[in-house]
Design a binder for this molecule. Structure first.
Ligand code: ADP
Length: 396
């Protein structure tokens, strides 16, 4: 039996998918449907090193899954080995502390979390319903970004606001990127046995960015909150700031408070400060050609990441490991160096030449000799984690 798993990641206007084989070790086919909901929606499929792209007519999640099913029908060797479908789900609230086989109860639970993830949850539900329809009889599993952080103590997850808001509305920190952090924790334990009994800091730095402290394999604090807006500066998100700003921006710009919040989510962060791009690579290139604003945006990013690493570390007994992951964490030599430099008071010291030479896409150790905290780059792989959870739950 091939044990192929289809991994589906439905966003509000995109749908990423992959079919993984050999316990998730091999990607047979992968692709993405983009700009769903618009007239220009396309789906691209990468198979055996070749990428094909086609236009979607209706531009719905349903049409995207239908195209994937049609493609699989034409590749019966892959389809016949399909034993499960794993869905990435952004918000599981307090209901889901681990991955779970999807049934009516789970769909209702995801629906209830929609108040905190109004763009994502409805897309997840659509994706799940369509896959049930088109792949009848194949078990489906939900893997939540929030689950890994359900181990946080109340002291970390409660906001200092009236307690009745938590009791009545569930307003608390939930945290995200949990599937990535769980994967990193497992990979680190394989690479550095014993780390599962130690204190680990992880910076997941991509377009979305957060930090996590992992104490003996469990999340003890994380920077994102009730939504992914809290914490670090990101590609287009401001991260944490004085909440009074929402009212100031709304009054000064004559826009609603919702529109002001939208600015903090979509027009701030690296893009807002640089006035150039949300993309780290573009900003590094601009910085090298002398763009001071691009440099400033990257330095603010480094500074705020270091601050959040330091604050999440207050839940650890010791900082035995610091791991960089995500597109920026895995690739940006400049930002890794700038972040570590700002953590020197904590005894964190990066080996600059190891940092420069870290090979792309591989695990590497960047620690300066004699430094107590081991500094790592570990490429994340959320799809693999989703596939492994799916296999393990459907085999039970
Ligand atoms: P997400 O999954 O949150 O959309 P990714 O983890 O793919 O984001 O990370 C995207 C970010 O990684 C972008 O800002 C991109 O510029 C950055 N990145 C990718 N490669 C490099 C590189 N070689 N140098 C610097 N930044 C990079």
């Amino acid at each position: 039996m091939q044990n192929n798993i289809l991994v589906v990641n439905c966003g509000s206007s995109s749908l990423k998918f992959a079919v993984l084989a050999n316990a998730g070790q091999l990607t047979l086919v992968e692709g993405i449907a983009e700009r769903l909901g618009s007239d220009e929606s396309v789906i691209s499929i990468k198979y055996e090193g070749e990428k094909t792209q086609s236009q979607l007519i209706e531009g719905t999640h349903k049409e995207a899954v239908t195209v994937i099913k049609q493609w699989l029908d034409q590749h019966p060797d892959i389809l016949q080995g399909l034993v499960g479908i794993g869905h990435r789900v952004v918000h599981g609230g307090e209901t889901f502390a681990s991955s779970i086989i999807i049934d009516e109860y789970v769909i209702n639970g995801i629906e209830e979390c929609a108040k905190f993830a109004p763009l994502h949850s409805p897309a997840h539900i659509k994706g799940i319903e369509v896959t049930f329809e088109l792949f009848p009889g194949i078990p489906q599993v939900a893997v939540f970004d929030t689950s890994f952080h359900q181990s946080l103590e109340a002291e970390q997850y409660l906001y200092p606001i009236p307690m009745s808001y938590y009791r009545n509305h569930g307003f608390r920190k939930y945290g995200f990127h949990g599937t990535s952090y769980r994967y990193i924790s497992h990979q680190l334990a394989k690479t550095s046995p014993g780390s599962e009994q130690q204190g680990v800091l992880v910076a997941h730095l991509g377009n979305g960015a957060s930090t996590c402290a992992i104490n003996c394999g469990q999340s003890s604090d994380t920077s994102m909150g009730i939504t992914p807006l809290e914490g670090l500066m990101m590609g287009t998100r401001s991260g944490s700031l004085d909440p009074s700003l929402i009212s100031f921006i709304s009054q000064a710009e004559n826009i609603s408070q919702d529109a002001a919040l939208d600015v903090l989510n979509k027009q701030s962060g690296l893009l807002g400060v640089s006035e150039l791009s949300n993309d780290c690579r573009t900003l590094e290139e601009a910085m090298l050609s002398g763009d001071e604003r691009a440099k400033l945006s990257l330095d603010i990013f480094a500074s705020r990441t270091a601050k959040y690493l330091a604050s999440t570390a207050t839940t650890l007994d010791s900082i035995d490991h610091l791991v960089f992951t995500g597109g920026i964490g895995e690739n940006s030599i400049y930002l890794r160096e700038q972040i570590c430099q700002r953590l020197k008071a904590f005894g964190i010291k990066l080996d600059n030449s190891k940092n420069q030479q870290a090979p792309r896409g591989e695990i590497s150790n960047l620690t300066f000799e004699g430094c107590r905290t081991q500094i790592w780059v570990i490429p994340t792989n959320e799809e693999l984690m989703i596939a492994l959870d799916t296999i393990s739950l459907i085999q039970k």
